[in-house]
Design a protein around this ligand. Structure first.
Ligand code: ADP
Ligand code: MG
Length: 297
């Protein structure tokens, strides 16, 4: 077990930010911490990393209690906080050196991490001269310098353009092969792209904790179809793998299927066999999106 969160409650004055939150993260997992703005993601991460403390409950990180053994927790954890505070007047190497000094880390490790994080092409630049994507890399490099077991990344991809996004995602996936990673985001696709598991938080409470593979396997497929003519509901129910049939309006139907196989061509065939034409055929949102919207609306 890498992170054990037990019944955490946190109040800011009379505002409750976390209410009796519990979850566990096993070694080697990449877990997405998903929730709308204000849900309590950053608060949870600040408590796990010992930057603030809870009102009640316990957290064990890498075997150490955050309240009783905060220094050992910090040694075990690399933390990229939400706004990635960097000293922008420093050169990359200076900044990493500054961080390395705090943890008594050797110069060799700085070069190693520059290679690992793909900072080499930019390594002689000042942080202020870097793109947002490279700034995130510097933040990641700093978080990884002391080779922690656990990485806590608070919205590591916010504000990146699509290319930078893909690069950082790949980097996190790569790092995740050897570390336990908890990363927060308010973007569902992010979780699908990177994570083994998703924990959804809303208004300070955990509303879902699911294995992504299971979630995708149990995914139901939704297809909206418009025919040129009316059709009997009973007839539609004969299409293979169909789960539910709903008439949305006129000749437009909402069909759900219990398979991941694309059913659009089956519906096309169905129409032909029954003397119908399909005027529109559209696959709808994935289950993770549905789940997120249902749970957090
Ligand atoms: P998220 O990271 O999911 O957007 P936060 O953990 O930042 O959510 O915030 C959770 C709730 O706690 C929000 O309602 C926020 O306004 C409140 N909050 C966060 N930090 C503070 C603070 N320092 N003082 C008072 N309220 C805060
Ligand atoms: Mg936040």
């Amino acid at each position: 077990m890498s992170i054990l969160v037990q019944n955490i409650t946190k109040n800011y004055g009379d505002q409750k930010a976390l209410n009796d939150v519990s979850f566990e993260i096993n070694s080697g997992e990449i877990v997405g911490f998903l929730g709308p703005n204000g849900a309590g993601k950053s608060t949870m991460m600040k408590i796990i990393t010992t930057y603030i403390s809870q009102n009640s409950g316990n957290i064990i990180v890498n075997g150490f209690d955050t309240l009783q053994n905060p220094l050992n927790v910090r040694r075990s954890v690399g933390y990229l906080s939400e706004h990635n505070p960097l000293y922008t007047e420093l050169y990359i190497k200076e900044y990493l050196q500054f961080n390395a000094n705090i943890h008594h880390i050797s110069k060799n490790r700085i070069n190693e991490i520059i290679d690992l994080i793909g900072l080499k092409p930019e390594k002689n630049k000042k942080i202020s001269q870097l793109s947002k994507g490279y700034k995130q890399r510097v933040g990641l490099a700093a978080a990884l310098l002391h080779d922690p077991e656990v990485l806590i990344l608070d919205e590591p991809t916010t504000g990146l353009d699509p290319n930078q996004l893909a690069e950082i995602r790949n980097l996190i996936k790569e790092i995740g092969k050897t570390k336990t990673v908890l990363l927060s985001t308010h973007i569902m696709q992010e979780v699908e792209a990177m994570c083994d598991r998703v924990i959804i938080i809303n208004k300070g409470e955990i509303v879902a904790d699911k294995n992504l593979k299971e979630l995708l396997e149990n995914q139901e497929q939704i297809i909206e179809v418009e025919f040129n003519l009316g059709v009997e509901e009973a007839l539609l129910k004969k299409i293979s793998n169909i789960k539910t049939v709903k008439n949305v309006f006129d000749n437009t139907w909402y069909l759900t299927f219990d398979t991941k196989n694309d059913m659009r061509s089956k519906i096309f065939d169905f129409a032909q066999e029954n003397g119908l034409k399909t005027l529109q055929l559209q696959q709808k949102t994935t289950s993770l999106e549905n789940l997120f919207q249902t749970l957090t609306n």
